[in-house]
Design a protein around this ligand. Sequence first.
Ligand code: 5GP
Ligand code: SF4
Ligand code: MG
Length: 480
Amino acid sequence: MMNCCRPMKLDGSKTLKTWTEECAVFGIWGDPEAAQMTYLALYAQQHRGQESSGIVSLYEGQHFHHRGMGLVGEVFSPADLDRLKGEAAIGHNRYSTTGQPLLANAQPLTAHLLNGPVALAHNGNLINAEKLRVQLKKEGAIFQGTNDTEILVHLLARNSEANILSCLKQALPLLKGAYSMVLLTHDQLIAFRDPLGFRPLSLGYRKTSDGRKAVVISSETCAFDLIGAEYVRDIEPGEIFCVNQSGESSSFFLSEDDKKQTAFCVFEHVYFSRPDSLVFGRSVYESRKKMGRQLAREAPVDADLVIPIPDSGVPAALGYSEESGLPFDLGIIRNHYIGRTFIQPSQSIRSFGVKIKHNPQSHILKDKRVVAVDDSLVRGTTSKKIIQLLRQAGAKEVHFRIAAPPTTGPCYYGVDTSRRSKLIAAERSVEEIRKYVGADTLAYLSLEGLFAAVNGDAQQYCAACFDGHYKLLEEEETSL
Ligand code: 5GP
Ligand code: SF4
Ligand code: MG
């Protein structure tokens, strides 16, 4: 989604409006427990967004909604869920980074158009949002918030034909960027994905408590597992999928030629998605293990044990251990109860922020030559502190292995990978980074190795934050 426009300082001078949102969306049709299932599905996808959460349900042609700031478990009470009546619903979790948390940016977004109520939930980022917003404002549109999802609402409102599908087919070609969305009207659930398919979106079926077949749509399939739904297929790039009283239908808003190019975000497999999800039809867990295996082949080292940087580095470390034959151990134990509101009680305790989350086990690490495996290295600040902690715990050597290539560029398609100036690999060599993080050796997975781990077809993917090949770009974005 993208839904929030957070002004970012560029080199302390120019302020640029940008959107750095990764989110979860979910939709369900034909289930008497629609709101409850949406709640559970959002719970399963909490990792994709912790700032705010919301559900809109449909009952007798009317929308009911509840949104709030915070985690899914904090936002909805049992009474809130009871009020979300009906057999269809959509839901959304919004990602939080350093921007101001605003309820105005919480989704799903709701509006009343000529053809009835619409509610929208968006995962991704529109790169021409600012241009469209200015154009719409010049034509008299009034915006309530700063999120780009509202742009689509205005575009839909202007094309006021009775049929929402034809409205969508006129509006979607105007959008440029990443969007996997679910839309609820007064009588149907619609799911659609941008022509390059940057963000995941899957379709599944669930057997309801009264024996019917409900249709479910989710960013990640880990939500299907929780609610007992079966994964059927992905919503295709450029596809508009609808379900209503008469059944399911599917159509495309792009040409046969356009269908050939895709830009599946490879970072979903590297870091963002849950390892127990199928993303772009592939197991994330398997991809990560393969990345680790490949890393062991590309960057072997004489050592005593392999440890993951928890939790994101675990599957890759397992792969590295299996391929290298070096024993796997949990050299760092992670505290899972660090809330978003944790406040450092004292600045005087060095590395406190990292230590509260990661506790190195000296009885495992002492006098050992350790291979520490992580999924990615972005700014280097966390890694530097973790390596310090490993040494304090007695590790004799620390060989840092990253199961992805160096992150050299920002993401314009919905993942918050920081500005270029914050990316340690944007300007520095591997040797300079090794010195900075304080490792004995440092090695990254090659680009070829990364693609090999996710099926070998480099053309299918976007890997722009690793290889600089942005398949979609607006001029004003290049200065980030
Ligand atoms: P660094 O050393 O670059 O400060 O931190 C590296 C860690 O950041 C890795 O463990 C990786 O899992 C994590 N990471 C990678 N990408 C992201 C992201 O987009 N958001 C957050 N919160 N962590 C990330
Ligand atoms: Fe994913 Fe990176 Fe491409 Fe963004 S730039 S869509 S994070 S691969
Ligand atoms: Mg991590």
